[in-house]
Design a protein. Structure first.
Length: 256
């Protein structure tokens, strides 16, 4: 406990030193962003391209973390804004949905199912599944979908990053069900198909309630909102099959 307390003190001192250095060099300061890995790779580069052009003197500090670490960091005032696919609920947070899309199924370009427009959850019984470990909202909803259908599927490979799922799927190691933001990063190497039953994937921007959003944070959210409307993610990849869909939501939106 003492070690953790001292560590937090040193982290606080380090943040002060970073802020002072940034003020010396730019005169504006540091904008601190926490983001989950999938969004950091799939969405944030385009958002920062717009944001940094509008605010060229701002020093951006981006931390790519899991949702649990982001939650604790926001509580401790370490970040100005967080971007996640998991809702950080609780009275100490202010969250809003900036985008809603749907999970997709990914596989190698020469996979036996690549000619199909839509992959059904039952198909996961007949082909190796690459999945995340427990703790992610989409993964939890996928497990619920399988349980509701009476399917018992043991993943052939488990990992902790969607990027790893996509890389393994591209290599022909199996199927993966991932968010469309990460799938788009690998679109030249993967066959990306709709997945049924539908699993909704929401993207949230979150602030600590005790730390009101700054003007920089508001401009960042504007850039994020603008970029998230890209059809690259709004309409994932293949024609719909409306009669086969049953809706499942990858997160509970308690902000509406």
């Amino acid at each position: 406990m003492l070690f953790e307390t001292i560590q937090l003190q040193f982290q606080g001192i380090e943040r002060i030193e970073q802020t002072v250095a940034a003020l010396r060099s730019s005169g504006v300061g540091v904008f601190r962003i926490a983001c989950t890995p999938a969004l950091a790779l799939g969405v944030l580069p385009q958002v920062l391209e717009v944001f940094t052009k509008a605010w060229p003197n701002v020093h951006s500090n981006v931390q790519t973390l899991g949702s649990r670490a982001i939650r604790e960091g926001l509580r401790q005032g370490m970040y100005d804004v967080a971007v996640t696919n998991n809702l950080l609920d609780g009275s100490e947070f202010l969250s809003q949905v900036v985008h809603s899309s749907e999970a997709v199924c990914v596989m190698s370009l020469d996979h036996a199912l690549a000619a199909r427009a839509v992959i059904d959850a039952s198909d996961l019984q007949r082909h190796p599944l690459i999945s995340l470990e427990h703790g992610d909202a989409l993964e939890a909803e996928l497990r619920k979908v399988l349980a509701d259908m009476g399917l018992t599927i043991s993943p052939a490979i488990e990992t902790i990053y969607y990027a790893t799922i996509c890389a393994f799927a591209a290599q022909g190691l199996g199927l993966g069900v991932v968010n469309p933001y990460m799938a788009a990063v690998f679109k030249e190497r993967l066959a990306i198909r709709r997945f049924t039953p539908l699993i909704t994937v929401k993207t949230y921007v979150t602030f600590a309630r005790f730390s009101p959003a700054s003007e920089l944070a508001e401009r960042f959210v504007e850039a994020l909102n603008s970029r998230m409307q890209s059809s690259e993610w709004t309409t994932p990849f293949t024609p719909r099959e409306p009669n086969r869909r049953r809706s499942h939501d990858a997160s509970i939106d308690r902000t509406t």
